[in-house]
Design a protein around this ligand. Structure first.
Ligand code: AMP
Length: 220
């Protein structure tokens, strides 16, 4: 089995989670979504959740130290030994430097960083219609990929909900935060020869094929 170690970079709503899930199904390894981990911690009212909740609610970034602690622990779990897909991390240069240190200490290196690009007006359309399963995290869109039964997950029959931070005002903040804090990582990874540009427009399958080609896979 080939182990792949990949970062998915891109603004909120670019489709990083969807593509990470498809890559996980193909290559196995672990999918690490820092956003999912934080939302679970908030729901379970853990110490991490209490610390992170107010940042998430206003669309701001949770402090780098908190995130790096979380990723350092998660990436050393047995299911990550055969590769990982990082979705929503790193989000700042300090996090990218921290990731490099973690990987150096584990004797691992990244195979690539996929920069998924989508224009801002499309992002807003995608996020405002996004619905997520409370149970399994599967994602839907009210117009583009609705569930078969209204409000119910096709995969596990869990309830679908709209994320609090997917409201128009918080989305605006998240996009600004992306531009100022995360977009610089595009050049960071380009300079290191790791960046692969992915056009994030089109169907999930089309984008998946682009992702596979960018990773050097043969795609019919
Ligand atoms: P996401 O699900 O990736 O859109 O993340 C939702 C929210 O969780 C973000 O708006 C941040 O408040 C927080 N978050 C997720 N990942 C990170 C990260 N790598 N660094 C800082 N904050 C994060």
């Amino acid at each position: 089995m080939v182990a792949i170690r990949v970062v998915l970079l891109g603004p909120p709503g670019a489709g990083k989670g969807t593509q990470a899930q498809l890559l996980q199904e193909k290559f196995h390894g672990c999918q690490i979504s820092t956003g999912d981990i934080l939302r679970k911690a908030v729901a379970e009212k853990t110490a991490l959740g209490k610390e992170a909740g107010s940042y998430i609610e206003r669309g701001a970034l949770v402090p780098d130290g908190v995130i790096l602690n979380l990723v350092t622990q998660r990436i050393q779990q047995p299911d990550c030994a055969n590769g990982f897909l990082l979705d929503g991390f790193p989000r700042t240069v300090a996090q990218a430097d921290g990731l490099q240190q973690i990987l150096d200490s584990l004797g691992q290196r990244l195979d690539g960083v996929l920069s998924v690009q989508v224009p801002p007006d499309i992002i807003i359309e995608r996020l405002s219609g996004r619905r997520t399963c409370k149970e399994c995290g599967a994602m839907y869109h009210v117009t583009f990929s609705p569930s078969k039964k209204n409000g119910m997950c096709d995969q596990c029959a869990g309830a679908l909900y709209q994320r609090n931070d997917d409201n128009p005002e918080t989305v605006g903040t998240r996009l600004k935060v992306y531009e100022s804090q995360t977009a610089p990582l595009v050049n960071y990874y380009r300079e290191r020869g790791l960046l692969r540009d992915i056009d994030g427009m089109g169907s999930v399958e089309e984008i998946h094929k682009r992702v596979l080609r960018a990773l050097g896979e043969q795609v019919p």
